[in-house]
Design a protein around this ligand. Structure first.
Ligand SMILES: [Zn+2]
Length: 542
């Protein structure tokens, strides 16, 4: 992680060269003391962040073994995600605090050395007992099973009986999660809020005069957002979700998130909903994040923005334009790397971030344009039902959307995920007679797409000409626009041009526009619109 941060062109400013300057007592480490399988001590080797264990006997598929691992660790000074004494004075942000079993899946082992990026792991049932000085309050993954010994806001209306001594043993249980995170601080305020037909939310924060109020005022909006996520993306499967002040920004863990506290209400709600939405894509669907970071960060950004945009008056429901803008910028700078790049191996953090978050979010918004928003909405619920707790791949996802829409969509991943080929369509000419006009369109970019072309007459009538792409072997239903909808024959992807016949003279047309709602990632918008002047002349709008 340190070497990567020192050598990458655009290091995360939270890390920079800070690790290289840590003193021995500030450094983080975990070392195994022994590994036993079915009671027998095993040979192991520490290889940086990966512990390699060579079993004395192979473990066959479907067989069971009891693995015991004893380890000791030093909690680092908090640099990224995990550690002690973060910048806001939280004592312990305890994430990545124990050796976690690597995932072995249908494609083999995935022992990615940890450089501060993605996670991929096995689901399991956790029982975690934490012994700590009585002054601390703990929030984390899992349900506290001894609340009447602990109190600290977990006891509800019941009476607490604290055991004698200066320490408490906190007993947590979590089922079907692939990680366990917690944080501890003596100054936490602990409040709860119930999501209707959903989890109890726990909030742990310092009651700071500058931001404590935002944590209180934002809770009701978080409850609404959580409900939206469950209604639209699948029922959240756990009884609890915990929002903890800690770490260094926002980071998702099963049943919990650590976020920094100093925020205003919209930032607080936005970050909490983003991290909460990871419960769907990182926690339960849990794609291999290293291979498919966009199916985690991108889908999470899509879902949390869908929820967020319904909560604030200054937001437009369904708006994902920020993601499109991020993508357009990196394409213009020539720094884009393909979505199918392994998360650890992008050349720059910039390319990783834009691909994973912006292009991943746009992938879904644009898919909604291709198959229709209703199919996208239903398809995302179908994806959840078919693939929760199963680690889906990009092929698995697009196949669900094929089942939902009845279209063939392999081409979409082949272009948009596996390459950096871009979309650009233009209107090149219009000609005509006294009663009809012929408009010629041209595919300028290398990625083909279905098109919506709006024709606006001088009387103010809008008609949407819909041109399916032959590769789809199908078409979407009329969109819910207040327009006349005319479906045209397929555009065969090999053809560079396509003509539309419009049953009115060019003098009756005010404008023609490709993709007026800007749902397509067309990198050159200026050639998408043709405005016609009275008298059969036309000009391109600038
Ligand atoms: Zn995220």
């Amino acid at each position: 992680m340190d070497v990567r941060s020192l050598s990458i062109a655009d290091p995360d400013p939270r890390v920079g060269d800070r690790i290289s300057k840590l003193k021995p007592e500030e450094y983080g480490h975990q070392h195994a003391k022994f590994v036993k399988v079915n009671g027998k001590t095993q040979v192991f080797q520490e290889n940086e962040t990966i512990l390699e264990v060579t079993l004395d006997k192979p473990l066959n598929a479907g067989a069971k073994a009891l693995i015991e691992l004893d380890f000791e660790g030093q909690v680092p000074l908090q640099i990224r995600r995990s550690g002690r004494n973060n910048s806001e004075g939280i004592d312990y942000s305890m994430t990545q605090w124990y050796p976690k079993l690597c995932e072995y899946d249908r494609n083999g082992w995935h022992p990615n050395p940890y450089i501060g990026r993605e996670f991929y792991g096995n689901w399991g049932n956790f029982e975690v007992n934490i012994t700590l000085d009585k002054k601390y309050t703990i929030g984390g993954t899992g349900i506290l099973t001894n609340p009447l010994e602990i109190g600290k806001g977990y006891e509800g209306s019941q009476k607490v009986k604290t055991p004698a001594g200066d320490k408490l043993i906190w007993k947590f249980k979590a089922e079907n999660v692939h990680d366990f995170a917690w944080a501890a601080d003596p100054d936490y305020k602990h409040t709860t809020a119930q999501v209707e037909n959903g989890p109890l939310l726990h909030f742990f924060y310092q009651n700071d005069p500058t931001y404590g109020k935002a944590w209180e005022e934002g809770q009701e909006l978080v409850v609404k957002g959580f409900k939206y996520l469950s209604d639209h993306f699948g029922q959240y499967p756990y009884a609890q979700y915990t929002i903890i002040q800690g770490g260094d920004g926002g980071m998702e863990y099963p049943m919990a998130t650590l976020i920094t506290g100093n925020r205003k209400v919209p930032s607080f709600v936005g970050v909490v909903l983003h991290e909460a939405a990871h419960s769907w894509y990182q926690g339960v669907l849990a794609t291999n994040e290293a291979l498919y970071p966009w199916m985690d960060e991108g889908f999470t950004s899509y879902a949390s923005n869908e929820a967020f945009n319904t909560l604030f008056a200054n937001r437009i429901p369904g708006d994902h334009s920020d993601a499109y803008q991020g993508y357009y910028s990196i394409v213009a700078e020539g720094k884009e790397e393909a979505l199918d790049t392994h998360a650890d191996h992008y050349i720059t953090n910039y390319a990783y971030g834009t691909a994973s978050y912006s292009k991943g979010e746009m992938y879904l918004a644009q898919l909604g344009y291709i198959i229709g928003k209703e199919n996208l909405d239903k398809g995302l619920l179908k994806y959840w039902d078919m693939w929760k707790f199963k680690h889906p791949t990009a092929d698995d996802f697009i196949h669900v959307m094929e089942l939902q829409s009845g279209m063939v969509l392999d081409w979409y991943n082949e272009y948009f995920v596996n390459t950096t080929k871009t979309i650009d369509y233009s209107i090149t000419s219009i000609s005509g007679t006294a009663n009809k006009s012929t408009v010629t369109l041209k595919r300028m970019g290398l990625m083909p797409m279905p098109l919506e072309v709006e024709v606006l007459s001088r009387e103010g009538k809008r008609t949407m000409y819909y041109i399916p792409l032959d590769l789809m072997r199908g078409e979407k239903s009329k969109e819910n626009y207040p327009y006349e909808w005319k479906q045209l024959p397929d555009w065969k992807w090999v053809s560079e041009t396509y003509t539309i016949e419009i049953p009115m003279p060019a003098t009756n047309i005010l404008s023609i526009q490709i993709d007026p709602f800007e749902m397509m990632a067309d990198i050159e918008k200026e050639n998408n619109i043709m405005q016609l002047e009275a008298g059969e002349n036309f000009k391109m709008k600038n």
